[in-house]
Write a protein that binds this ligand. Structure first.
Ligand SMILES: Nc1ncnc2c1ncn2[C@@H]1O[C@H](COP(=O)(O)OP(=O)(O)OP(=O)(O)O)[C@@H](O)[C@H]1O
Length: 360
């Protein structure tokens, strides 16, 4: 295993002139030895570019990649000793499951007995012990991708295992099981795992540390809890959560906050000027009329989602009304559409952003 350090930028253009010319803007990042990481972000944010730079498939246009302090920027994937699992199965159809799993170990000339043990261990973890002697050709797409995962995990001496959206072809139910399985395997095998996905559920269930990316920038690296509680960037608030954080434009000045024409007292020290107030639907509580830190809103919709109710409310004039989502318990008695509801926007979980960066 290795500690992977990135200090680089990448543009696919020969002469990048502006930020938008970069697939990865200048960044420094450390992936600790033995950690489980996810690179999470929407399509085109630079996840695959970062993964391919780590694996050695791509040389960054600027800067360095270091493994345990050693410069490997121009080293091939083989020289870096990286295992990779792609979106689609990369296996030998004519071989059995056992032969496919054993292949990376045979290549490294491990003793037969050790190969047998390790193949048995990996097959058991992936619940494939009963299929070891079956030919891969006859297996389902799910089973073939499980073999690919197994081939990625089978070597103990790799610097890291990199996964590029590995569960895309997997059936939704099995996907859920495999996500949990991968987390368990990480605890048992203690490999450095780096997992690319655009699916927040996948990232949050698998990783100890999630790197959230947008437009070529890694805007926050944190535990799932940190990303939920204190998004360092408005994009993280918006992207993590279902639905994401509510944002209200506001103006701070003289110890007060003006939101949608209402003046609220603010306890925290904030710079004067235009800000964004962010509060998650889970923390936006119903309040008594006129309560300090609460705003009067109009109920636009109430949805019963089974285990909870989602209340949608609006504030401000209809031409530029702001929408707020509130997660309520299923037992709560909620006002009807069109009624006024007071929502507690200020509280310990409220975040303030300036130019999309967290201030307080
Ligand atoms: N070979 C390439 N040549 C030129 N531009 C590229 C190339 N590969 C990626 N890009 C561009 O770099 C940016 C980042 O792409 P990248 O594939 O790293 O994003 P991603 O987050 O992995 O997206 P996806 O999930 O869609 O693969 C995008 O604007 C993309 O169009």
């Amino acid at each position: 295993m290795a500690c992977i350090e990135l200090d680089l930028a990448h543009s696919y253009l020969p002469k990048p002139r502006q930020d938008s010319d970069y697939a990865l803007l200048p960044l420094t990042m450390t992936f600790d030895d033995g950690g489980a990481y996810a690179l999470l972000g929407p399509s085109g944010c630079g996840k695959s570019t970062m993964l391919n730079i780590m694996s050695g498939l791509l040389v960054p246009s600027q800067g360095q990649v270091r493994f345990d302090g050693r410069d490997v920027t121009r080293a091939t994937p083989q020289q870096r000793n990286i295992a990779q699992v792609f979106q689609f199965p990369v296996i030998y159809d004519t071989m059995t499951v056992a032969e496919n799993l054993a292949f990376p170990l045979k290549n490294r000339k491990l003793p037969e007995e050790r190969i047998r043990q390790r193949v048995g261990q990996i097959a058991e973890m992936l619940e494939m012990s009963g299929q070891l002697n079956q030919r891969a050709a006859g297996l389902s797409a799910d089973a073939k991708q499980k073999i690919s995962l197994g081939r990625g995990l089978v070597r103990e001496d790799v610097a890291a295992v990199l996964f590029d959206e590995p569960l895309t072809v997997i059936d939704p139910h099995l996907k859920w099981q495999l996500r949990r399985k991968l987390k368990q395997i990480h605890h048992e095998l203690k490999l450095t795992l780096i997992y690319v996905t655009h699916d927040q559920v996948e990232a949050l269930t698998f990783a100890d540390q999630v790197v959230v990316m947008t437009r070529g920038r890694a805007v926050q690296v944190g535990t799932p809890g940190q990303l939920f509680e204190r998004p360092q960037h408005a994009f993280v608030g918006h992207f993590i959560g279902s639905p994401g954080m509510n944002f209200l434009p506001c103006k701070a000045g003289g110890g007060q906050l003006t939101v949608a024409g209402h003046v609220l007292p603010v306890q925290r020290s904030l710079p004067d000027g235009a800000l964004q107030l962010g509060v998650r639907p889970e923390y936006l509580a119903l309040a008594a009329a006129g309560q300090s830190g609460a705003l009067p809103c109009t109920v636009a919709r109430v949805q019963d989602v089974g285990t909870y109710q989602m209340l949608t409310a609006t504030i401000g004039p209809p031409t530029h009304a702001q929408v707020l989502k509130v997660r309520c318990t299923s037992a709560q008695q909620l006002p009807a559409v069109g009624e006024t509801v007071w929502l507690q926007v200020l509280g310990e979980h409220t975040c303030f952003y300036q130019h999309e960066e967290l201030l307080a």
